[in-house]
Design a binder for this molecule. Structure first.
Ligand code: 1YM
Length: 640
């Protein structure tokens, strides 16, 4: 070290100043010094290996979290060049690790992760590490260089041995500087998620991840996908129901820009479109995504028209309609990507829009022609989405218009309360007209609103949004709540802070309760999360002794109460009638009066538990429903 210092010239001093700047303001280079910044260091090094893979020279990458929280990244690429670099007078590998942004400058051509979004380079990792060792295998020799204390060379590049002529590659081990980072504990799962993604995005590349911190004998996990992004789509859809078996894969290349897309539709209503440029996630899309979306909308519309699935009078399918249920990965490899926007998460290169459109149009059109059955299923899925969109819009207009009216008696159903302050208002959703009638008579008209529900609420687990919204009962509920649904949902507009489900204590009653909870779960989950939903608990028994009347909820309570009476007490016990048979006074006293009633708050936990039952009982799959009914034979008469 001493000896070397004597030979330092002006360039060397600049070099050290450069890395010192990184240590002074690490945030400028890696964003943060928290756990996210810590992991950033790994990606800076791995990106160099990925670039080598993109260039076609590297097939295997190994990442190890070592004991003591250092990380080793190893690849079998060409090895970082070791010859003297003309500008710095030191070896290229030392230059790459000590000159800011040196990596990018030497590359030239090729696809680079490291030149993209965050690519600050290996020198920044060096600057923020307490030590770094780099080993290069190249042309039969093993070279080593060591740095300490934020990038100071402690062992200049040295040949430390021989290796076989066909072995080549780079191995880097670094230990993040504890003085700089809030934490030095790497998270295996965080690394694994990105490693898996990188393996999907680079078909045929084998990446191994291993955690040696607790036990050095582990073999780690290997990620290798010969199917590339098609396998990525399959992976994302692993717990969903695809509506066509094969993943559609399309690819094309022009002027060294490689464009690739994989897609598959599933039966649900979600959309999962992820796009990448040189393995960097373009969160905000950009020209590659736009090209595909434009072509997809155009092609599905053309196909639907040509095959008379969409009639002349029908409106065209929208971009949103054709992406319902779609899982899609768009991957572009570009030698000179331009990232735009505040977070640089958008691809700006305009030539890519055309390429994406062309590649997608050609390939997808051929797919539609060659697979008429799948084409029909896909187009019908989009048409269903369009119908739901139109119906939802109509229903929104309907509910909006109504909520502008004086809602004392809208829809002829809701009997509203006089008070307007939601925090003191309650709404009772009451099973049946006759119980509804008693509830209206027995209520406190200042704060208690009554909505009688006729018959069964539509099962929204099975029904799509459009059908749900065409259901009179559901529309009335939505209107009464005042919150709107879907994207327009606004909890602040809720008109009642107690929503009380009032059903009989029998099987039919619990069925209606489950249907209502399903509805809330699907459309009004924040209302449940905020703790605004309750179940009324009508008593099962009435015990009279002397002038005292005591209502109890169940047998257990009944027995406990009777045991508490003095032995000679004479009492009458009555099993209560259903809600519909109680008169107004009884209903008020037992179930509605805030001084005597018992309410049960419906919690999110209730809902989460119920969710499984919902899906079993309410979903499309008949088998779990049959099993559930068999296991719960007492409920076998529930009509689902
Ligand atoms: C574990 C980290 O850094 N691998 C790596 C880096 C380089 C090369 C190969 C490489 C690139 C080129 C030519 C080129 C880098 N080289 C440079 C620079 N693994 C890891 N593997 N030969 C080898 O891009 O032309 C920077 S990174 F600048 F020296 F070319």
């Amino acid at each position: 070290m001493e000896e070397k210092t004597e030979h330092y010239d002006a360039t060397d001093i600049q070099v050290l100043e450069g890395l010192e700047a990184v240590r002074k303001r690490p945030g400028m280079y890696i964003g943060t010094t928290d756990v996210k910044g810590l992991h950033h260091l790994v990606w800076e090094i791995v990106d160099n290996s990925i670039d080598e893979a993109l260039a076609g020279y590297c097939k295997n990458i190994e990442i190890v979290i070592n004991k003591g929280n250092s990380v080793t990244v190893k690849d079998d690429g060409r090895g970082i060049p070791v010859g003297i670099h003309p500008k710095t007078g030191i070896s290229t590998v030392e230059t790459v690790y000590t000159v800011l942004h040196a990596g990018g400058k030497f590359g030239g051509g090729g696809y680079k992760v490291s030149g993209g979004l965050h690519g600050v380079g290996a020198s920044v990792v060096n600057a923020l590490s307490s030590w770094v060792n780099v080993t290069v295998y190249k042309e039969g020799k093993i070279y080593e260089v060591k740095f300490e204390n934020g990038g100071k060379i402690v062992k200049p590049l040295t040949v430390i041995g021989d290796c076989s002529q066909d072995r080549s590659g780079t191995t880097v081990t670094f230990k993040p500087d504890e003085d700089i980072f809030d934490t030095d504990i790497f998270d295996y799962e965080t690394l694994k998620v990105r490693v898996r993604e990188l393996a999907f995005l680079n078909k045929g590349l084998r990446i191994t991840l291993r955690d040696d911190r607790d036990n050095e004998d582990t073999t780690g996990e290997t990620f290798l996908y010969e199917g590339g992004i098609s396998e990525y789509v399959k992976y994302i859809n692993r717990n969903k129901t695809p509506i066509h078996d094969e993943v559609i894969h399309l690819q094309g290349e022009e002027d060294n820009i490689i464009f690739e897309v994989a897609m598959q539709y599933t039966s649900d209503e979600g959309t999962r479109i992820y796009s990448f440029v040189n393995n960097i996630n373009t969160h905000d899309g950009g020209t590659h995504e736009e090209g595909v979306r434009r072509a997809l909308t155009r092609l599905i519309n053309n196909y639907a028209r040509k095959n008379n699935l969409l009639k002349e009078k029908d409106e065209p399918l929208s971009g949103d309609d054709v992406k319902e249920g779609l899982t899609m990965i768009v991957s572009c490899k570009h030698p000179n990507p331009q990232f735009e926007g505040q977070t640089k998460g958008r691809l700006g290169n305009s030539e890519v829009r055309k390429l994406a459109d062309n590649v997608f149009s050609e390939g997808f059109e051929r797919f539609l022609l060659e697979n008429p059955e799948k084409a029909r299923i896909i187009v019908e899925k989009s048409m269903l989405a369009a119908r739901a969109r139109v119906a939802a819009k109509k229903a929104r207009e309907l509910t909006r218009r109504k909520s502008d009216l004086d809602v004392i008696n809208f829809g002829g159903k809701l009997v509203d309360c006089k008070e307007k302050d939601p925090s003191v208002c309650e709404i009772f959703l009451v099973e049946g007209d006759s119980a509804g009638g008693s509830a209206i008579k027995g209520r406190n008209s200042m704060t208690q609103a009554i909505l009688p529900l006729r018959g069964k609420i539509l099962n929204v687990e099975k029904a799509r949004l459009d059908r749900a919204l065409s259901n009179e009962e559901i529309r009335t509920i939505i209107t009464a709540f005042g919150t709107g649904i879907g994207q327009e949902f606004n909890l602040d507009k809720l008109r009642y802070h107690k929503i009380i489900i009032m059903t009989d204590a029998d099987v039919d009653g619990s069925h209606i309760r489950v249907l209502l909870l399903t509805l809330f779960y699907r459309f009004f989950r924040p209302i449940v999360e905020a703790g605004y939903v309750y179940a009324a608990q009508p008593p099962l028994y009435c015990i009279k002794h002397g002038k005292t009347i005591k209502y109890v909820l169940n047998e257990e309570e009944r027995d406990r109460y009777l045991a508490s009476l003095s032995p000679n007490t004479k009492y009458d016990i009555m099993r209560m009638k259903g809600l519909g048979e109680m008169d107004a006074e009884e209903l008020n006293e037992t179930t509605m009066d805030i001084n005597t009633r018992v309410l049960r708050k419906i919690t999110v936990d209730d809902i989460v538990q119920a969710d499984e039952v919902f899906s079993k009982l309410m979903g499309e799959d008949v088998e779990p429903r049959r099993l559930f009914i068999e296991e719960n034979a007492t409920y076998a008469n529930v009509d689902i």
